[in-house]
Structures are given as structure tokens and as C-alpha cells.
Design a protein around this ligand. Structure first.
Ligand SMILES: [Zn+2]
Length: 491
């Protein structure tokens, strides 16, 4: 695909409301991209989208499919997770490759295997869990040969994934030199460890101990620290799952000062609150355990407001599902409850219902937050995140007058629970088209394993514009080293 055909001025995330005169034409037999031709020939399916919104398919920037974590593996693999996504109007996701014993290449190869059953397009971020020369070299290989343009650093999970500040600085420097986006899971891992000890001493062993052991101030502290260190290195930063007002305000402050920081709330943080963690039934409470935790009432509303006024930019899910049996691993100790909630199938519906129906954001904003901005940040726009000639034909049709109801009996995830159980709302994705094929229509899913393609992502996204200039300005501002005359003092 020739990206030169798409100057930035063509940037357009406006959804099209299509009337009966302009039915959407899907060239099933011929193409996986939109055609310039208006001719309707044989083998063409015509879908009438009268009175509905035709929009780019959703892109979820944050998922964990087939991930080994906390002594078990997520119940959704690349097929079941993607099937759920397609049924909910998401046509691409970016998953996190976890290195094998710190080895990036081994991690990448393992994920290539895991993803072979993909039913829709996907990309990879890469987690960095230790630091040495080999990791530094491998980061280069990942960016130059493997199509990865973002690396995530965990400031939490002491003893397993967590890295400390000197490694964070090394990582940020390396990211900057490669034009890769640095991402952080921002919680103070040392303080979380202390908070967990405190709960155990108090005899608080249930899921509520999870929320109590890692309060918002620990997320705010780590977010602020990561932002300041990224500012010190002068490299763009992407904060994953902004769950609290504390973290969001750090993002807001940095953006106000002109720093290139992206904040990603996830749908659970936007629409749920932590009262469920005090439920007297362990299973009911444990299914909501994720990190950072779902916060007290009030945080979600504030995050919604931050999205609508541009402080936060896009919505992910952190889809990372464990069923009731897996969650039971922590029945006596909240520290052993596998962390994670669902959301791949529900994200588009919940953002629409919570934000568009309530009038907080426009339909255009919805497209930007659920698709276009993600494509721009990860440098795959306009192949993804747009309906343009030459773009992949990932398209959804959303009926604003239809309603949805979320239920673990009918959802497409393999999990036996759903953190949004029983939620009803307005606006339903009635048709999903992935790569030019209708994969979801009339509540029927036609996901085919192996159809999904790996999408390589190029480095140096738009956030890197101006970085070099800022570096030059910094150097010229130092007025140093000062040239001093050598003084010879007589003995
Ligand atoms: Zn995550």
C-alpha cells in the first residue's frame, strides 16, 4: 500500500450516515480493500444501512490473549478473544508479547505461534521485563524486522515483571533512539508490596484487599514519575489503563505543559466502580480483580470527562480473562487471584451507550477514540482506522435505535463470567466486516481461524515530530560547558 496517497490533510474520522440511495457495497468475491469503482457486479453483497452509522471497525490497543500469568493462562486465546471482538464491532487489536525468561525473540516466536488461529488482524506491543545488552539489541530487531513499534515497562508486579527506575531510563532512551513508543503500567510496585503486607497483617484476605492494597495514590505517583522520566529523556510516553483521577491529573498536567503523553483509559475503569469487590460472594467479587484496581465511585465519571475534553485520547480494554475456576486460585488470598477482566466484545457498545447516548461525545469523537486515534498512534493509519480507498475494508454498521444486553450465556468469550453481566444499553453493532468479509450479521458469527493477518507497525509515529528540535533547543539552552581561564596560583 502506498501511504503517500494519504497526506495528513486527508485525515478524516467522520462517520458516514448512509441513506437508502447509497447502500454499502461489499465486494466479497474480489477484494479485501475498498474499491474505487461504483460498479456492482456478480458476487457482490449489498447491505442496506439506511438510518445507521457506517464506521471504521474498532481497534483495541490493549489486550492479553493466550497469556500465561499468575500460574495459569487466560481463558481466551487468539481465536475466542477475536471472535468476541468481531461480535462487538472490533476488527483489530494489539496484544502484548511477553518475553520468555526476558528473551524478546523467544517471546515473539511464541506469540507468532499463538496467533496462527487469528480470525482478524492484529499487531503486537512487546513487554520489557529485564535489561541487558541482548534485550537492547533485540529491541532493535523487533522494530526494524518484526513490525513492533511500542514497548511496555511494568512499574508494578514486584518479583516478576517489575523493573526499577534505572532500567526504565535505559528503556526510554532505547525507545527514543528507535522511534518506538514507550508504554508504562504505572503503579509503585514497592508500595503495592507494602500495601499487600499491610492487608495480610490486618487479616484482610478477600478481593477487597486487592483494592485496599494498591490505592490511587500509588498509581498517581508512578504515573507522575514515568511522565517526568520520559520528559527528562524527551521521548513520548503512553500510559496504559489510566484508572484513577490521580493518574489522569498527572497526564493532564504533562499535556498542558506540552509534553507528549498519551493516556489510555479502559472500559472497565470508565463504567465500573469498586463496590463490587466488597460483595459477600467470592466469585462475584473476584471477577472484578484487575490491576490497577477498579476505583471507588467518581473516578469513572472523571475519566469519562477527561476523554470528552481531550485529556485522554483513546479507549482500550485490557481484556485478560480468567474463568471462575481460575479466579478461585485466590480464594484464601487476594494476591493469588489472577488479575484481569473481559471487554473486547463490550467496549464499542459500552463507550457508545455511556458517552454518545449521554451526549458527552459526538459520533465523530466515538470513531476517533475507538479506532482512528489508535491507528494514528501506532502508525497504521490510514490502512486502519478509516474508510478510504486503499484502506483495509474493516467496517461496522451500528444501529443507534437498536439495543444490546450483555450476558455471559450469550457472549463469545470462553469465560463463564462477564463483569458487565446484565447491562443493557442503546446502540448495537449489527454488521461487522473484517478485511472485506461479513463476519457478524443477524447475531451470527462467521469468524474463521487463520484469516487474520499480522499487521506490522512502523516506528516514528506523529508523536516523534519535533523531538529532535526540542533536543537541539535543550542543548543550546544549557550555556555550558562554561569555558574558564586556567588560573595559575603562585606557590
Ligand atoms: Zn494489560
Amino acid at each position: 500500500m502506498d501511504f503517500r496517497r494519504y497526506p495528513e490533510s486527508n485525515f478524516c474520522s467522520t462517520p458516514i450516515k448512509i441513506g437508502s440511495l447509497f447502500p454499502i457495497v461489499v465486494l466479497l468475491s474480489l477484494l479485501s480493500t475498498l474499491s474505487e469503482s461504483n460498479q456492482v457486479g456478480d458476487g457482490v453483497t449489498i447491505i442496506d444501512a439506511t438510518g445507521k452509522y457506517v464506521m471504521p471497525g474498532g481497534i483495541d490497543p490493549h489486550t492479553h490473549l493466550a497469556m500465561e500469568f499468575m500460574g495459569t493462562e487466560t481463558i481466551d486465546d487468539f481465536f475466542s478473544g477475536q471472535a468476541a471482538a468481531l461480535a462487538g464491532g472490533t476488527t483489530m487489536h494489539i496484544d502484548f508479547v511477553i518475553p520468555v525468561n526476558g528473551n524478546l525473540t523467544a517471546g515473539f516466536e511464541a506469540y507468532v505461534e499463538k496467533a496462527k488461529i487469528s480470525a482478524m488482524d492484529y499487531g503486537f506491543h512487546m513487554a520489557i521485563t529485564k535489561w541487558d545488552e541482548a534485550v537492547s539489541k533485540d529491541m532493535e530487531v523487533m522494530v526494524k524486522d518484526k513490525g513492533i513499534n511500542s514497548f511496555k515497562f511494568f512499574m508494578a508486579y514486584k518479583g516478576s515483571l517489575m523493573i526499577n527506575d534505572d532500567l526504565l531510563l535505559e528503556g526510554f532512551k532505547k525507545c527514543k533512539s528507535l522511534g518506538a513508543l514507550a508504554m508504562v503500567h504505572a503503579e509503585n510496585g514497592d508500595a503495592v508490596f507494602e500495601g499487600q503486607k499491610r492487608m495480610i497483617e490486618l487479616g484482610i484476605m478477600g478481593p477487597e484487599g486487592h483494592a485496599l492494597s494498591r490505592p490511587p495514590q500509588l498509581e498517581g505517583e508512578a504515573t507522575g514519575r514515568a511522565i517526568r522520566l520520559a520528559g527528562f529523556v524527551n521521548t513520548p510516553l503512553y500510559v496504559v489503563h489510566v484508572m484513577s483521577i490521580d493518574a489522569m491529573e498527572e497526564v493532564a498536567k504533562a499535556r498542558k505543559s506540552g509534553q507528549k503523553v498519551i493516556g489510555e483509559p479502559v472500559v472497565s475503569g470508565l463504567v465500573l466502580d469498586d463496590t463490587v469487590l466488597w460483595d459477600s460472594d467470592f466469585q462475584t467479587a473476584a471477577k472484578f480483580v484487575m490491576s490497577p484496581p477498579i476505583r471507588a465511585p467518581g473516578h469513572g465519571k472523571a475519566l469519562q470527562a477527561a476523554l470528552s475534553n481531550g485529556v485522554l485520547q483513546l479507549v482500550g480494554t485490557d481484556h485478560c480473562t480468567f474463568n471462575s475456576t481460575q479466579k478461585s486460585l485466590g480464594i484464601d488470598d487476594f494476591r493469588k487471584i489472577p488479575n484481569g477482566v473481559n471487554g473486547l466484545e463490550e467496549r464499542m457498545h459500552l463507550v457508545w451507550d455511556t458517552m454518545v447516548v449521554s451526549g458527552q461525545i459526538s459520533v465523530t469523537d466515538f470513531v476517533r477514540m475507538t479506532s482512528t486515534e489508535c491507528a494514528r498512534i501506532f502508525n497504521i493509519y490510514p490502512r486502519k482506522g478509516a474508510i478510504l480507498v486503499g484502506s483495509d475494508a474493516d467496517i461496522i454498521i451500528l444501529n443507534p435505535n437498536s439495543s444490546f444486553e450483555i450476558c455471559s450465556k450469550s457472549h463469545h468469550s470462553r469465560s463463564d463470567t462477564n463483569v458487565y453481566e446484565g447491562r443493557k444499553g442503546k446502540g448495537k453493532v449489527e454488521v461487522t466486516i473484517a478485511g472485506g468479509r461479513v463476519v457478524w450479521e443477524n447475531d451470527e458469527l462467521k469468524a474463521v481461524p487463520g484469516r487474520g493477518k499480522y499487521v506490522k507497525m512502523r516506528p516514528f509515529n506523529y508523536l516523534f515530530d519535533g523531538i529532535e528540535k526540542a533536543d537541539a533547543e535543550y542543548l543550546s539552552s544549557l550555556r555550558a560547558p562554561v569555558i574558564r581561564r586556567t588560573m595559575h596560583v603562585a606557590a
